[in-house]
Design a protein around this ligand. Structure first.
Ligand SMILES: [Mn+2]
Length: 327
């Protein structure tokens, strides 16, 4: 319950905020919004993330507010409360989570992903609302519940969360909620188009070439209902790009009307892949990611894979075909 978390925040003096590794606009926006809000009411608050912030979020000045966890040197003190945004899977904030367990009295997840059937159980008192289109909307509820007035900095952070996870209000989970919150935010966020541009209009010429080259290699099957793409490590490295630059590909493939599900396998090291899965309509794809020890949402999920690409491809396509028959 939001009220319970708000009460815990009121009772705590020192509060640590974090989000999953390879943070995205939603986790980042949520933790920054709560950070700025809690500063306003005099809390001793810090953000400690497990890895760096992608460059496209520079407009939120992340490095002025975020500290980066270093397992060898970082004392985390003894915060009264830790809030973890945009995941309920403790494995995604290791090695920080182990330290928190040892040093922090109360750990709460604030999230909108389904709890994995075979993953770790979230801590008691966590807020996990899978009907929310973004974690930012839950951060908004917490701030409202604490009666902290919005300001342009808080509003921009939450607005970033919402437009990032809904992809400019495309994926709103059949609820007016994202738009309703946005109306409140836009009383303070005076340049929403700048946020849109920073998040979605940040390509470089090289990135466009990478995307063009990659999309040309997508393989289709089952009457173009299934698609799979292999990104080699060199595809990115040759262009001086980093892994964040490959994130848009899978959503672009899903723009093809006939495609019901798509997989992108990005090779990070020889024999080691990050798989991104998407699906639409009545065709949830989370179970495939879970089968590989991954997680995510029902229609957008991912996992880390090990093996030979050709073997993995066959296995994934077979599982997708099975699902396609079922739905
Ligand atoms: Mn999210």
């Amino acid at each position: 319950m939001i009220e319970n978390v708000a009460n815990k925040i009121k009772a705590a003096q020192s509060i640590l905020l974090t989000t999953h590794r390879q943070c995205d606009g939603d986790g980042l926006g949520s933790e920054l919004a709560i950070y700025h809000a809690l500063k306003k009411i005099g809390k001793d608050v810090r953000i400690l993330n497990v890895d760096g912030t992608p460059k496209k979020y520079d407009f939120l000045s992340p490095d002025d507010h975020i500290q980066y966890f270093d397992s060898k040197h970082d004392p985390i003190d003894h915060p009264d409360l830790a809030l973890i945004f945009d995941t309920n899977d403790r494995r995604l904030i290791e090695p920080l989570y182990g330290k928190l367990q040892a040093h922090c009295k109360d750990i709460i997840f604030v999230d909108h992903h389904p709890v994995l059937s075979e993953g770790p159980t979230p801590t008691e008192g966590s807020i996990i609302n899978i009907r929310a289109a973004s974690t930012g909307e839950l951060a908004y509820d917490i701030i409202k519940c604490l009666d902290i007035p919005l300001d342009p900095i808080i509003a921009r952070a939450i607005y970033t969360s919402i437009v990032f996870d809904t992809q400019l209000f495309r994926y709103v989970r059949n609820s007016p909620r994202s738009h309703e919150v946005a109306i409140e935010l836009l009383k303070h966020e005076k340049e929403p188009a700048e946020v849109h541009r920073r998040l979605f209009g940040n390509f470089t010429a090289l990135k466009l070439k990478f995307i063009a080259n990659s999309l040309a290699k997508v393989e289709f099957t089952e009457n173009d209902q299934l698609a799979i793409l292999h990104i080699r490590k060199t595809d990115l490295a040759d262009m001086g790009l980093n892994i964040d630059d490959s994130r848009d590909l899978v959503d672009m493939i899903m723009n093809i009307e006939s495609v019901q599900a798509a997989a992108v396998l990005r090779e990070d090291k020889p024999g080691q892949f990050k798989m991104s899965l998407r699906s639409k309509g009545e065709f949830p794809i989370l179970s495939i990611a879970e089968g590989f020890g991954g997680g995510g949402h029902h229609f957008a999920s991912g996992a880390s894979l090990h093996g030979k690409y050709e073997d993995l491809k066959e296995q994934i396509l077979n599982e997708m075909k099975e699902l396609l028959k079922k739905y």
